[in-house]
Ligand binder design. Sequence first.
Ligand code: SF4
Ligand code: SF4
Ligand SMILES: [Zn+2]
Length: 127
Amino acid sequence: MKTSHYGPCSLYCGACGATDCGGCQSDRIDKSIEKCKFRRCSKEKGLEFCCFCGEYPCKELHTFMTDKWPHHWTMEPNLTFIKEHGKKAWLEAQERQWSCADCGARIMWYQKECPCGFSLDAWPVPD
Ligand code: SF4
Ligand code: SF4
Ligand SMILES: [Zn+2]
């Protein structure tokens, strides 16, 4: 169960299937997240999201958002949306996007089918 639904990088933890993590800003995160540069750096700068940083997108963030993982490709449009419309509207839109269109259940990145049987338009998992 996630208690934090997003990171400053704008990854939507609400659609992350990792069961051992409560979300980027929860108190139940693993060691790799503790070491995340985006999380630490934005906190040091007092920024809720990287799009409010004068260096956005810094080299590391740009590399991360354009790597082989399709869920990382959501970050650029997410951060643009947040800058234009704010966090509240973004979270509402994410909640809609990551819910089954048929039964409303929460769905995760890369999930191919909802437990209700509805087929989902999932990204392929990269090699
Ligand atoms: S990549 Fe870093 S900032 Fe983004 S959700 Fe994961 S831990 Fe948080
Ligand atoms: S965009 Fe700015 S706040 Fe975010 S990780 Fe890069 S330097 Fe830090
Ligand atoms: Zn469903």
